[in-house]
Design a protein around this ligand. Structure first.
Ligand code: NAP
Length: 316
């Protein structure tokens, strides 16, 4: 008998869902009407043994409780802040995510954002399109990278991949995280100390309670008017109101952001600023990374229901 699974999120193409149907009895939540969802929870949910979800949609304890036979939650993505790991592990449920396969592409975006902020690419694009070049309007010079300090907050897989790239630009690397990490000599004593030493502060930690608003007004002030913030991690890590204040007042030079506190909503005051570069949470949104993420998320389910250990379990 095919194991019943509930599929959440909208990252699953039709042909993949069709292939998934050959292995599992799939309940595709995004395709259900409200009435069908209600009927599903009345009856079929009690038999569901697996959940396939995304890092953004996640699964909380209340939802998981509606699946009494749940054995595995396979998450498409590496960020687990929307997944109640503790509640799932307390029930003995296996949780998996998709690390590594997205690392390089997310690091590429972090560097693209840093370059866009440093070289003021969006401003230059607007300048040319508006005809300011031909009109000989004054233009602000950009900032070079060579000899500058990149401070990486969270020196894990993505943080280290970012460092590899930035070293090629002649930048010095410093980092802060709780553990010593792979290059303890480069670790600063605190996030604020990191910001004070850095020209560019790159946020590469997980989201969640432990990092919520860690980048606050004091950290932004330590980064200073010549400093730039790059966030490819989670919007929750940065106090967005404090960021808008600092940028508007010129206490912070620039920000390049892929993630926001209330996605997809942005405060108008942030979108109105000239010294920001904004992308819509697309760190892993390449053909290659997304294909690899989908494959790994499904392979984790196949391994589990095939009686083998999951490939990339999240440890308690
Ligand atoms: P990772 O390998 O687990 O690295 C995370 C690093 O952050 C670790 O070195 C960890 O070191 C540090 N860290 C964790 N909690 C911390 C805390 N409370 N204070 C300071 N440092 C802390 O994860 P990754 O694969 O690099 O991914 C990092 C994050 O990027 C993900 O969690 C996700 O939210 C985000 N992400 C975003 C996108 C996007 O589309 N924009 C795509 C993928 C991932 P310690 O444990 O020693 O502190």
């Amino acid at each position: 008998m095919k194991a019943p699974i509930a599929v959440y999120g909208s990252v699953w193409p039709d042909e993949l869902l069709a292939a998934l149907e050959t292995r599992f009895a799939c309940h595709v939540m995004a395709r259900m009407t409200p009435a069908e969802t209600a009927a599903f929870f009345e009856t079929a949910a009690a038999q569901v043994r697996g959940v396939l979800t995304t890092g953004t949609v996640g699964i909380d304890a209340a939802l998981a409780a509606r699946f009494p036979l749940l054995e595995i939650v396979s998450v498409h993505g590496v960020g687990l802040d929307a997944v109640d790991i503790q509640a799932l592990h307390a029930r003995g449920i296996v949780v998996t995510n998709t690390p590594d396969v997205l690392t390089e592409d997310v690091a590429d975006l972090a560097v693209a954002l840093l370059l866009a902020a440093a070289r003021r690419l969006p401003q230059l694009d607007r300048y040319v399109r508006a005809g300011h070049w031909a009109a000989k309007r004054p233009l602000l010079p950009a900032r070079s990278l060579r000899g500058k300090v990149a401070g990486i907050y969270g020196y894990g897989r993505i943080g280290q991949a970012v460092a590899t790239r930035l070293r090629a630009f002649g930048m010095a690397i410093r980092y802060f995280q709780r553990s010593a990490g792979p290059e303890p000599a480069l670790r600063t004593a605190s996030l604020q100390a990191l910001a004070a030493e850095s020209d560019y502060l790159l946020v590469c930690t997980p989201g969640g309670a432990a990092t919520r608003h860690a980048v606050d007004a004091a950290v932004l002030d330590a980064l200073g008017p010549d400093g730039s913030l790059v966030n490819i991690a989670r919007g929750s890590v940065v106090d967005q109101a404090a960021l808008v204040d600092a940028l508007a007042a010129g206490r912070l030079g620039a920000a390049a952001l892929d993630v926001f506190e209330d996605e997809p909503n942005l405060p108008p005051a942030l979108a109105a600023l000239d010294n920001v570069v904004l992308t819509p949470h697309v760190g892993s949104f390449t053909h290659e990374a997304r294909q690899a993420m989908r494959a790994l998320a499904i392979d984790n389910l196949l391994a589990h229901f095939g009686g083998r250990p999951a490939l990339t379990p999240v440890l308690p």
